[in-house]
Design a protein around this ligand. Structure first.
Ligand code: NAD
Length: 453
C-alpha cells in the first residue's frame, strides 16, 4: 500500500499522510456495501430518517473541526470552509425527510390495482473532486442513503481529510458499518474499480469532462446508472440597463470564489459595448479589493490554488504578452498563490475564452445586442451556470430561456442551493443533483399489478 501526503496549499507544509487503498481493498469495500444493502433498505423509513438526522447532528457538533481540516488540507478560507461543513449538515437534514415521503403511485387499471414502488438502485460509487470536497460528497451521499442505497465514496487524492472524518462521524451517528464507507485512493485504481465492479449499480461522478467521458464509456459496459457533474465556462452577462455598480462590485466574487476552482465560476464576463468603459473602471477597484491571504483568517476572501502543478496550469493561460487589463495581489512567501486576473480584450476562440481555466482568471468581452450576448454565452461546449444583469424583466426572462445552461441567476450570482436542482447542459453533465427530486436518481421504479379477479 502506498500513501499520499496531503500538503497545506497556503504553507506548502505536510498536513498528514493518508494511505491509498488498493484495488483489492476497493473490492472488499464494495462487497461490504453489497452485503449491507438488504439490511439498510429494510430499516423502517422513520428509523432511516432518524439516523440521517443523527448523522447531521454529528456533523453539526464537529463543524469547527471539519472547517479547520478543510482550511489546512485544501486552503479554503475559514468562512467558506465553515459554510461548506454547514452544507453537509443541511443536505443530510433535508434528505432525512425523504424516506417517509417515498410514495409510489396507484394507477387505474381494469381487473386489479396497479402500484409503483421506488426501490433503491443498489450500491452507489461516489467519486468526488478536490475543489469542494465536503459539499459534493454530501450531494451524492445524503439522497443515496435516504433512498436505501449503500455508498462507497472515493475522495480526490489531494483532499481526502474531511471525507475520512465524515465517514467516522457516520459511524458515530449509528449508521451501520458498510452502509457508508470512504475509500481514499487513486482515480485510476479505486475510482476505476467503482466503475468496473458489477456490484456497483450507480456512479455519481463530479470532476473533469475528460475523465467523465471515460467513466461514461466504462459504465456503458454494465448499463450502469450514472450522474455526471463536469466542467463549466459560464457567462456573466451585463446589459447597459443593469445596476452597473452592483454588477461590477459582485463580478469578482462570481469567479474568484474558491480561487476560481469552481465549476460554476462565471469566468467569461460579457458587457454591452456602450457601458464597457464604465464597467471596467468600476471592476478594477473591485478586483484589487479582493482580500487574498492566510485562509485561517476570518477576513480572507480568497486562498491559494490547490497545488503547484495546478498553479502552473492556470498560469499557462496568461503567458507573457497576454492582455492583462489589471490584477489583484497575493502574499509573499510559500503557498500556491495566483492573483485575481482580468484579461481584456479577449476574442471568442482564444484559449482563455474556450478552456475551463479553473483558477482566478476572467475574460471580458463586449457585445452589441441581446442576440449577440446569447450567442456568445452559448459559444461553449459547457453549460453549467451563469448570471444575467438587467433591469428589464422581459429581457431577463428571454435571455435566461436562451442561454443553454442548467443554473442561472438574474441580478445575483447565487451559489448552489441544496433544495433546488443543480446540473449541467451539454458537456457540463448528465442528470441533476439536489432539489426535491434528487432521491429519484437513486431509485428504480417498480410497477406491480395485483389482480382482483
Ligand atoms: P478529475 O476529473 O481529475 O477527478 C475527479 C475525481 O475522479 C477524483 O476523485 C479522481 O481521483 C477521480 N478519477 C480520476 N481518474 C479516474 C478514473 N479513470 N476512474 C474513476 N475515477 C477517476 O477532476 P478534478 O481535477 O478533481 O476536479 C476539477 C473538475 O471538476 C473541473 O473540471 C470542474 O469543473 C469539475 N467540477 C464540476 C462540478 C459540477 O458540479 N459540475 C463541481 C465541481 C467540480
Amino acid at each position: 500500500m502506498t500513501s499520499y501526503t496531503v500538503i497545506n496549499p497556503a504553507t506548502e507544509q505536510p498536513v498528514r499522510d493518508v494511505e491509498l487503498s488498493t484495488a483489492e481493498q476497493a473490492d472488499a469495500a464494495i462487497t461490504r456495501a453489497a452485503d449491507s444493502l438488504e439490511s439498510w433498505r429494510a430499516v423502517a423509513p422513520a428509523d432511516r430518517a432518524r439516523l440521517l438526522r443523527r448523522f447531521a447532528e454529528q456533523i453539526d457538533s464537529h463543524l469547527g473541526e471539519l472547517a479547520a481540516l478543510e482550511t489546512a488540507g485544501s486552503g479554503h478560507p475559514a468562512g467558506a470552509a465553515a459554510w461548506e461543513a454547514g452544507q453537509v449538515r443541511d443536505v443530510l437534514t433535508y434528505y432525512a425527510a425523504a424516506p417517509e415521503r417515498m410514495t409510489g403511485r396507484q394507477i387505474p387499471v381494469p381487473g386489479g390495482i396497479d402500484v409503483t414502488f421506488s426501490e433503491p438502485v443498489g450500491v452507489v460509487g461516489l467519486i468526488v473532486p478536490w475543489n469542494f470536497p465536503m459539499p459534493i460528497l454530501s450531494w451524492g451521499m445524503a439522497p443515496a442513503l435516504a433512498a436505501g442505497c449503500t455508498v462507497v465514496a472515493k475522495p480526490a487524492e489531494m483532499t481526502p481529510l474531511t471525507a475520512i472524518r465524515i465517514g467516522e462521524l457516520a459511524l458515530a451517528a449509528g449508521i451501520p458499518p458498510g452502509v457508508f464507507q470512504v475509500v481514499p485512493g487513486k482515480g485510476g485504481v479505486v475510482g476505476q474499480r467503482l466503475v468496473d465492479h458489477p456490484q456497483v449499480r450507480k456512479i455519481v461522478f463530479t470532476g473533469s469532462t475528460e475523465v467523465g467521458q471515460r467513466i461514461m464509456a466504462g459504465c456503458a459496459r454494465h448499463v450502469k446508472r450514472l450522474t455526471l457533474e463536469l466542467g463549466g465556462k459560464s457567462a456573466n452577462i451585463v446589459f447597459a440597463d443593469a445596476d452597473i455598480e452592483r454588477a461590477a462590485a459582485t463580478a469578482p466574487y462570481a469567479v474568484f470564489d474558491n480561487a476560481g476552482q469552481d465549476c460554476c465560476a462565471r469566468s467569461r464576463i460579457l458587457v454591452e459595448a456602450s457601458v464597457l468603459e464604465k464597467f471596467m473602471a468600476l471592476l478594477e477597484p473591485a478586483v484589487k479589493a479582493v482580500r487574498v491571504g492566510d485562509p485561517r483568517s476570518a477576513e480572507t476572501e480568497m486562498g491559494p490554488l490547490i497545488s503547484a502543478a495546478h498553479r502552473a496550469h492556470v498560469a499557462s493561460f496568461v503567458p507573457d504578452g497576454a492582455p492583462v487589463a489589471f490584477r489583484g495581489s497575493v502574499p509573499d512567501g510559500p503557498g500556491f498563490w495566483y492573483p485575481p486576473t482580468v484579461l481584456a480584450p479577449v476574442a471568442a476562440g482564444d484559449l482563455a475564452w474556450t478552456e475551463e481555466i479553473f483558477g482566478p482568471v476572467v475574460t471580458v468581452t463586449p457585445f452589441a445586442d441581446e442576440a449577440e450576448a446569447i450567442a456568445l454565452a452559448n459559444d461553449s461546449p459547457y453549460g453549467l451556470s451563469g448570471s444575467i444583469w438587467t433591469s428589464n424583466v422581459g429581457r431577463a426572462i428571454r435571455v435566461a430561456r436562451g442561454v443553454d445552461t442548467g443554473n442561472l441567476s438574474v441580478n445575483s450570482h447565487s451559489s448552489v442551493r441544496y433544495w433546488t436542482p443543480f446540473g449541467g447542459f451539454k458537456q457540463s453533465g448528465l442528470g441533476r443533483e439536489l432539489g426535491p427530486d434528487a432521491v429519484d436518481a437513486f431509485t428504480e421504479t417498480k410497477n406491480v399489478f395485483i389482480s382482483t379477479e
